[in-house]
Design a protein around this ligand. Structure first.
Ligand code: NAP
Length: 264
């Protein structure tokens, strides 16, 4: 492998993930597109792979620990290191709000990035960058004052945050979520958790010189954002690419939109 930076993007077969790969490739990185379906991710990589070995692809389902382990093994055997990790894969289920759909959303949008980051950190060195693709929907104003205080406590630990996310899923199951101050949006809670996870991981990673930020891409015309969204995919992906190309002395642990800090 040459000296190009190596970037891994999850959920890269379409939407913001695919466009982020295109832009990172334009900037001279070797991009590894990952997605949960082999046929889709291979097709997406072929679209970018106009010249030989410019991009690679791999199967990676962020919900599936076996899939993550297989990918980590492939990284070790094929590329050896990762300079940029973009945790982009995400879902938003608007058609229902029940325990199974909430569990799936939290598992994909919160636990997915946590599992993938933990598994790939051994391949990341000083100066490496992690980007969490989050959303303005995850601002803490979606929570009750009490929950908000617990989320934003500077002393919140990884285990406490995981406990809060599990409590949300359980409380939807037994119908107590509203009384406890949770909103009826699994997507909002998943992204609020992701932003807090970013802050916690930034403390864990600062001694290794790895920077991590979460990003709101804007409301973007993708399958998830819908056709009424004001931003095109190119513009939306720029927020992600900004965070993926920060210098080693850049900010860490923050939440940004178009390079500007956002209210948590
Ligand atoms: P999208 O077009 O629906 O793409 C979502 C991507 O995530 C797809 O590639 C999808 O793969 C993948 N994915 C879902 N579950 C996965 C799993 N378990 N493992 C691996 N990949 C999985 O949505 P998008 O708008 O590009 O969204 C990308 C990110 O931006 C998401 O995190 C989203 O929350 C965030 N975001 C989007 C907007 C917006 O307005 N679009 C606004 C704020 C934040 P499949 O094709 O296989 O389903």
């Amino acid at each position: 492998m040459d000296k190009k930076k190596i970037a891994v993007v999850t959920g890269a077969n379409k939407g913001l993930g695919f466009e982020t790969c295109r832009q990172l490739k334009e900037l001279g990185m070797h991009v590894i597109l990952t997605g949960r379906e082999e046929s889709k991710i291979k097709k997406a990589a072929d679209l970018l792979n106009k010249r030989d070995s410019d991009v690679s692809w791999a199967v990676l389902d962020v919900k599936d620990t076996a899939s993550i382990s297989q990918f980590a093994e492939k990284v070790q055997n094929t590329w050896g290191r990762i300079d940029v990790l973009v945790n982009n894969a995400g879902i938003s289920i608007n058609s229902r709000f029940d325990e199974p759909s909430v569990r799936l959303t939290i598992d994909t949008n919160f636990f997915g990035p946590l599992r993938v980051t933990d598994a790939l950190l051994p391949f990341m060195q000083k100066g490496a960058i992690v980007v969490m693709v989050s959303s303005i929907m995850g601002q803490l104003s979606c929570l009750s004052n009490d929950l908000r205080r617990r989320f934003e406590s500077p002393n919140l630990t990884r285990d406490e945050l995981i406990g809060l996310m599990r409590d949300f899923v359980r409380s939807v199951g037994d119908g107590t979520y509203a009384g406890k101050g949770w909103p009826s949006s699994a997507y909002s809670v998943s992204k609020a958790g992701l932003n807090m996870l970013t802050r916690i991981l930034s403390k864990e990673l600062s001694s290794k010189g790895i920077i991590i930020n979460s990003v709101h891409p804007g409301w973007v015309r993708t399958d998830m954002g819908g056709q009424s969204a004001p931003l095109d995919i190119k513009t939306g992906a720029k927020s992600i690419v900004w965070a993926a190309t920060l210098l080693a002395n850049g900010p860490t642990g923050g939440f940004f939109h178009q390079g500007k800090p956002m209210q948590l």
